[in-house]
Design a protein around this ligand. Structure first.
Ligand code: PNS
Length: 178
């Protein structure tokens, strides 16, 4: 039987417990799993740099021997071919994810029929969880317990505090100038 190499792509800004749940499931199903952070996303200003996201994902998956973390540019299907991957892993949380995921999977298949998309469902307790919601809750000072690993929670809090202090400094400088 041939080895199945799967790519789990996403923005992971930051990695959540839902992502980690899927990575664990994927690592059991595939021979190798590459968690691939997409660069140049049209998603506004990110919270973490690509390297910071990679570092957190690596720390969180270090005990999984068949999982590696990487950063990619450009089309996902090109990256799959470059890595000799035969599958793309995506998580579906609720029906609302389906339409976008279907469009992406079919478009990827049209561009590269050698790569199959495999959908998996994270545990129900993560079905409401997303990186965007984590960022929003953190910005507004809400609790992140159970949503992200402790180490990520700590990094998110530090990053938000740092960003808020940068904004305050900028306002003070502007006021001093005017
Ligand atoms: O974490 P996300 O935002 O759900 O991930 C979306 C991602 C990164 C998987 C998707 O935007 C992607 O594959 N980007 C790479 C560029 C690409 O191949 N676009 C065409 C998709 S049909």
């Amino acid at each position: 039987m041939k080895d199945i190499v799967a790519i789990y792509p996403g923005s992971f800004d930051p990695v959540t417990n839902g992502h980690l749940d899927l990575i664990h499931r994927g690592s059991k199903l595939f021979d190798r799993l590459i968690v691939a952070i997409a660069r140049n996303m049209d998603k506004g200003e990110p919270l973490f740099t690509m390297d910071e996201r990679k570092e957190m994902l690596e720390a969180m998956t270090s005990e999984l021997d068949n999982v590696t973390v990487d950063i990619f540019d450009g089309l996902l299907v090109h990256y799959c071919i470059q890595k000799n991957a035969n599958a793309v892993l995506r998580g579906i949380r609720a029906v609302s994810d389906y339409e976008f995921e279907l469009q992406m999977a079919l478009m990827n298949r049209k561009m590269e029929p050698r790569v199959e998309t495999v959908f998996m469902m994270p545990a129900e307790k993560y079905s409401y969880l997303s990186s965007r919601i984590v960022r929003e809750i953190a910005r507004l000072g809400g609790p992140l317990t159970g949503l992200v690993p402790e180490m990520v929670e700590e990094r998110v809090r530090r990053k938000i505090a740092q960003k808020q202090s940068n904004v305050t400094t900028m306002h003070l400088k502007r006021r001093a100038k005017s």
